[in-house]
Design a protein around this ligand. Structure first.
Ligand SMILES: [Zn+2]
Length: 52
């Protein structure tokens, strides 16, 4: 998908894993990874519980 990646000062950044779902505005270094804010909010933990 276009627009999901930016290059800032030579560093490639990706939208947070929850950009689409929760409109998270933050960026991460790894494609498809959650940002520190979503991790702190426990979104990843909640998702695992829901699918399990
Ligand atoms: Zn996030």
């Amino acid at each position: 998908m276009a627009g999901n990646k930016v290059t800032i000062s030579g560093y490639i950044k990706y939208h947070c894993k929850y950009w689409m779902r929760d409109e998270c505005p933050y960026w991460v270094w790894v494609n498809g990874a959650p940002c520190a804010y979503c991790l702190a909010d426990g979104k990843d933990v909640r998702e695992i519980k829901e699918s399990g």
